[in-house]
Design a protein. Structure first.
Length: 161
């Protein structure tokens, strides 16, 4: 199965990816879904530290709601960057060297914030692990029922409702 790997934690299926499932930044941690405080079984999703921390134990059994929650929180945190107007090239010409460098640095932050805000977590998850995505993103799938099945790691046997 593409994008899935066995883990040292026997009751978790690792979804492998280089980017954070929530925002697209480089993945530096793994998010436990459902959270460890709710279930010993589940998935390990690639995440950046910021999104993993934000996700916490929110929406422990419904990944689409969890994704929306993390992305709303992220947009709120990045609102000053996201609300910054774009600079025209002729406006840069009027700036001194020091101020120009600061505006260019800020524009890089703005560009990163816009990229993160436009990230499609669903499309990314479907591209790196289509079998897991069919389970995780199905609004009708009760993840607790799925994890209670003896063969829950057999994602090929999943039939959407």
């Amino acid at each position: 199965m593409r994008g899935l790997k066995a883990t040292s934690c026997q009751d978790r299926v690792r979804v492998s990816g280089a980017s954070c499932v929530y925002c697209g930044n480089p993945a530096t941690t793994e998010d436990h879904f459902p959270p460890r405080c709710r279930s010993k079984k589940g998935f390990l999703l690639p995440a950046c530290r910021s999104c993993n921390s934000t996700a916490g134990a929110a929406y422990p059994y419904h990944l689409p709601a969890r994704i929306r929650y993390v992305q709303r929180k992220m947009a709120h945190r990045l609102r000053s960057e996201l609300e910054t107007p774009d600079w025209a090239e002729d406006e840069f010409d009027e700036l001194g060297d020091g101020l120009r460098r600061e505006v260019e640095r800020w524009q890089k932050l703005v560009s990163n914030a816009k990229r993160r805000n436009a990230w499609s977590a669903v499309a990314y998850l479907q591209s790196i692990a289509p079998e897991a995505a069919s389970v995780l993103l199905d609004a009708e799938c009760d993840i607790t029922t799925w994890l209670a099945r003896p063969n829950w790691k057999s994602l090929e046997s999943y039939e959407p409702a």
